[in-house]
Ligand binder design. Structure first.
Ligand SMILES: N[C@@H](CCC[C@H](N)C(=O)O)C(=O)O
Length: 299
């Protein structure tokens, strides 16, 4: 059932946003023709597969057919490409929790040395290149690029309208700041949004802004969020969503710079704005590694 040809697989998470990770540095194991949407859905199935909010294929950019188009001139500077899929098999432009885990896996697999990781490396994504680095404390940071406001919109949750701000972090978000306790909301179904505003779909965050006086050390604001992710459903964390939520909270307070502590069901993230770019920091954990069986792959 398991032999030297069985594909290796890891399971990991960033603040409990969990992923099936497929090491494929030289692109020969998981070409897109093999890693199709159906196989991604099977891998992410929490009963019949390994279970995860998505799949990360760890591959060199030169083996990814999409890479030249999405990276342009940066292609030569991005040895590695985060080939991300949502649990439904769709591609996403960017994943803030996934890219921290991606760097952690490069280190754990011996594909990158610690000094290079601490200096920061450019990783290709379908949203463009992103610089990601390891912190001495064991966590990771990612330069997510600027948050781009997309205008005002609305999410309908259980028939109730929640006004929000559209924000692009490479991928689309609708952030609803609300005084309704987010833990009381029913996020079991896709919130209703205006499809004309988000033709490619959207990730929806509901956010409580907490008392700034009680913000953790170093943060000027503190929020709590829940998220319904495009292509997945409710997840325990979303890194791009944390950045979008932090941006919306600062914007509501008339600010463009500062550090925001973002509490998600799976832990805490930190998002720093300097008026130009957005830096996301948080943990990444590899839970297990093993091999996929021929029995499961063939079935
Ligand atoms: N969980 C991710 C975002 C993954 C992609 C998202 N579902 C989308 O389709 O845009 C994160 O940590 O950012």
């Amino acid at each position: 059932m398991i032999d030297s040809a069985s594909p290796r697989v890891l399971l990991g998470h960033g603040t409990e946003n969990d992923f099936v990770v497929l090491p494929d540095p030289d692109g020969g194991v998981w070409p897109e023709s093999r890693l199709d949407a159906d196989l991604v859905r099977r891998l992410c199935d929490r009963r019949a597969g390994l279970g995860g909010d998505g799949v990360l294929r760890v591959v060199r950019s030169r083996h990814v057919p999409d890479a030249p188009a999405v990276l342009g001139d940066a292609l030569a500077d991005c040895e590695w490409f985060m080939d991300h899929r949502n649990a439904d098999g769709s591609h996403a432009e960017m994943c803030g929790n996934g890219i921290r885990l991606y760097l952690h896996v490069l280190l754990a697999e011996g594909l990158l040395d610690r000094a290079a990781a601490e200096a920061g490396v450019l990783v290709g994504t379908r949203g463009g290149p992103r610089r990601v680095g390891a912190r001495a404390d064991g966590g990771y940071w990612v330069d997510m690029g600027p948050a781009v406001p997309l205008g005002r919109g609305e999410a309908r949750i259980a028939g109730v309208p929640f006004p929000g701000l559209g924000v692009s972090m490479g991928n689309p978000h609708l952030v609803a700041l609300t005084d309704v306790e987010v833990d009381s909301l029913d996020l079991s179904a896709l919130p209703g949004v205006d499809p004309a505003m988000f033709p490619e779909g959207v990730n929806v965050e509901v956010v409580n802004v907490l008392a700034a006086e009680d913000a953790p050390a170093g943060a000027c604001a503190h929020v709590r969020l829940r998220v319904y992710e495009r292509g997945v459903g409710e997840t325990r964390s979303c890194g791009t969503g944390a950045c979008a939520a932090a941006y919306a909270a600062l914007e509501a307070g008339g600010r463009t710079a500062g550090t925001v502590a973002v509490d998600v069901p799976g832990g805490r993230l930190s998002v720093e704005f300097d008026g130009t770019t957005t830096v996301l920091s948080g943990p990444a954990v590899v839970v297990a590694s093993g091999m996929l069986t021929a029995e499961w792959l063939g079935g």
